[in-house]
Design a protein around this ligand. Sequence first.
Ligand code: UN1
Length: 493
Amino acid sequence: MSTILNYINGEWLEGSTGKFVPVMNPANGKVLAHVTQSTEKDVQLAVQAAKEAQKLWRLVPAPERADILYKVAYLLKERKEDIAQILTSEMGKVIDEGRGEVQEAIDMAYYMAGEGRRLFGDTIPSELRNKFAMSVRVPVGVVGIITPWNFPIAIASWKSLPALVAGNAVVWKPATETPMTAQEFVKIYEEAGLPKGLINLVNGSGSKVGNAMVEHPDIDIISFTGSNEVGKAINGRAGELLKRTSLEMGGKNAITVLEDADLDLAVEGILWGAFGTAGQRCTATSRVIVHQDVKKALEDKLISGIHELKMGDGLDETVKVGPVINREALERIDEYVKIGKEAGAILLAGGKIITENGLESGNYYAPTIFTNVTPDMRIAKEEIFGPVVSIISVENLDEAVKVNNSVEFGLSSAIYTADVNKAFKAMRDLDTGIVYINAGTTGAEIHLPFGGTKGTGNGHRDSGVAALDVYTEWKSIYVDYSGKLQRAQIDNN
Ligand code: UN1
């Protein structure tokens, strides 16, 4: 059985606890590998290596840094299928989605490699004669990235690739549940010729490794995707230390279906958004806000659609819904279903842990639909992170927008309508970082900013050119070639 090690300063090393924990396949409960566990000591080593390596890396011309990113893209492309298989085995999403996720990392690698020949700053006219002004992006230094298990390579690519092309070094703590995919990604960086010390992988718990990263004075920024609880704790402590943070946290995303919508299209979008990745996406559809006139018709179509979703091991190409990550997740989801029932919501489908058809050794939860949900119910407000969707009925677009915006999160929202006026009003008024018209709440592309408003984040964005704002500082440079003292705001007035 394979063991997963840390990667520090270009070497594969055991973590200093000497302990390993098992990596489980959520589809069948089998142990896939064992991963080393680290402490503050390993973080120290990783940061030291990163700091040294960054001193040289920042002086390498960005197009040359980008050459390595192109190689990363080629290697990811070459190994797409192998990595997808590994990803599906340890995370559980169906293989098509596993492939899609690796593709997301490939796209990101090409895109950020292209940035090596841009990294645009501005040239700006000076207010004085014989004086030149410009702004340039400079790296922040050592970037600490903490990534979740639900997108073990895509999210790591959103963070590490822009950090590296901009001239930073990276210390990465992947989720304990998905270290195999992390190892594959780091192997590719190694093979692409990334100089040692620029990417360091430290496996271990949030309480040991994550905390040590937040505390370390030589980590200049923490980029985190995960729960609100952890994000808030990171931000609190980082605030005291004046450390930068970029946070991407929960969602409670809704699809609105208006009375003039193409219902069949909306049903496809809802089933994909709610039950793809077994609902374990930050962008998952967990609410459907429907115009009262089409509520019954939509429900009937959803019920017949849900019965066609085959559950099982994601490696089986015919399966549409895989397992959830672990037993605790299964129990948490089941608890939310109880909370929904107790609050008076009506269960239309699902609502149970699967204990038959050979699926009992994995973590399977039946795709679940609640209706007659009201916006004040907990199932309509809290992130469940599982295959559960709640239907809320409204009278018009204004009410739909109000309900959409009533939650503490603001990641993604979607609206199905044939009325262009309503679509534009929704684009303006839906208070989320991502808005879809006539498409579901998932499916973000890497060349646009990814992130959300309110409790979803802290104003930063992953991916797209916006990611560079996280991993660079602006430096404003003035060159006075007049040969005399020129006082700004004074000598020209
Ligand atoms: C996430 O769930 O954190 O838009 C990432 C999507 C994917 C990324 C989701 N491209 O659903």
